[in-house]
Structures are given as C-alpha cells and as structure tokens.
Design a protein around this ligand. Structure first.
Ligand SMILES: CC(=O)[C@@H](O)[C@H](O)COP(=O)(O)O
Ligand SMILES: NCC(=O)COP(=O)(O)O
Length: 237
C-alpha cells in the first residue's frame, strides 16, 4: 500500500512568521507520526525560508518513521545528508530562489552531476530518489544513474485533474510502468490533496510513497491535524 510521508515545511513557515518556537516543528513531526504518518519529509532550502538546518539536526534522532530530506544537491545539502543519513534523500533541481519546486530533473542533460551525487549518497547507505517529470525518458535516465527510486512531480496532474482526470493520469501510469520495468521504486508528490489523491493511488498500484505538505497543512486548519492525517491515509487505502 502507498505510504504517506508528511512534509512539515509549512509548520516551519508558520513558526518563522513570529520568530519564536510556536508551532514546535519537532513536536509537530512526532505528533504527525503518532497520528499515523508513515514518514516525515523536510526540504531545507538554502534561504531557510521554512525548515532550517537546526530543525533537521533536531529531527535527526527524534523521527521514528522514515525521514526524507529533499533538496538541491549543493555542498550544504550534501553535508546535511552526510551528517543525518536519513532513510531517503530526494534530489530536486530547484534554483535557490524558486518559490517552490516546479519541475523534475533532466536526467539526461544532468547525468554527470547526478551520477556522482547518487553514488556518494548511496555510499552513506541512504536511499536516493530523483524528482522527475512524468516522462519515461527521464525515468529511464534516473535508473541508468543508479537511483533507487524516482519521485514523479505531480503538479501537472493536480492541475489537469480538475479538467479531465483520465487525461491527467496517463503520463503517470506510463511513467510508473517504465519505473517498474527499470527496477525503480516509485514516489510521487507536489500539490496532492484530498481531491486528487485517491485516483492517483488507485491508478498506480506500484506507488510506494506520496509526500504531501502544503494541502495537508492547509486542511489541518479546518479538520485538525490528527483527523486530516487520517483522511489522507483513508484516501490511500
Ligand atoms: C519537492 C516538492 O515538490 C516539494 O516537496 C517541495 O519541497 C515543496 O517546497 P515548499 O514547501 O518550499 O513549497
Ligand atoms: N515531494 C512533495 C512534497 O514533499 C510536498 O509537496 P506539497 O504537498 O507541499 O506540494
């Protein structure tokens, strides 16, 4: 069954807004796990707009489900991966000033960079997932580079879902087929929510994990965090 990793970036956004420690990022992560989350995802961006290096270090020995650290593999990110050795490192191609993740890697054009990075992370015993658009060529490229998994960028799916879900899902089903044939594990994430999640999971039985943050935290403002996590877990059943 597809596992739910809760991205807590936006908890840190709220905490940073006032400069104190409320909400407490570590406490919220542990509560998410207690409420049923099967993983915790963070994306410590270079400008520390939300998750900070200190948050990652504080979470390191407290998270008991799978810890997934996303980021562009610059020296700062690689230092974090070496120090934390999380369950999973998810490589994203985001520019430092990107407002959010908005594309997957070109695993053909950036093969030389990614090959060395993936090899180094694997040498620390960390699973590597490469964030890609739902294009078979990019999935195959990630497999050739030695990645364990790919994470399919699902913003295009979320957008098109509202128009025609049967069209929206097609590239993801095809990419999932190619990933399976290539021996890759399969993750998905970005802009998934209570409307579009069930159809994605039902359409892709091989989906190992979804990482969800923005919509889940927004939903929690209305339904409460525990209830919201339970609603997302139900959508994955
Ligand atoms: C990689 C991805 O799609 C998201 O996990 C990303 O981390 C969201 O980043 P923000 O929370 O900064 O929008
Ligand atoms: N990898 C996707 C993620 O962690 C959360 O993305 P979003 O749900 O905040 O869009």
């Amino acid at each position: 069954m597809t596992r739910l990793s809760v991205n807590i970036n936006k908890i840190a956004t709220l905490r940073n807004a006032r400069g104190g420690n409320n909400p407490d990022v570590v406490k919220t992560a542990l509560d998410c796990e207690r409420f049923g989350a099967e993983g915790i995802t963070v994306h410590p961006r270079p400008d520390e707009r939300h998750i900070r290096y200190a948050d990652v270090m504080a979470l390191k020995d407290k998270v008991t489900t799978e810890f997934n650290i996303e980021g562009y593999p610059d020296a700062r990110y690689m230092k974090i991966i070496r120090e934390v050795k999380p369950g999973q490192a998810t490589l994203v191609p985001d520019a430092p000033d990107a407002i959010t993740s908005n594309a997957g890697w070109d695993t053909l054009k950036h093969a030389a960079l990614l090959k060395d990075i993936i090899a180094e992370i694997k040498s620390h015993g960390v699973r590597v997932s490469v964030f890609v658009d739902p294009q078979p060529r990019m999935v195959e490229g990630a497999a050739r580079l030695g990645a364990h998994r790919v994470e399919l960028y699902t913003e295009p799916y979320a957008h098109e879902y509202k128009v025609n879900r049967d069209i929206a899902i097609k590239p993801y089903v095809e990419s999932a087929r190619v990933a399976k044939e290539a021996g890759l594990g399969l993750n998905a994430g970005h802009d998934l929510d209570l409307e579009n999640l069930r159809f994605l999971a039902q359409s892709i039985p091989s989906l190992d994990e979804v990482s969800i943050g923005h919509a889940l935290i927004c939903d929690a403002l209305y339904y409460g965090l525990e209830n919201t996590i339970q609603l997302y877990l139900k959508a994955l059943k």
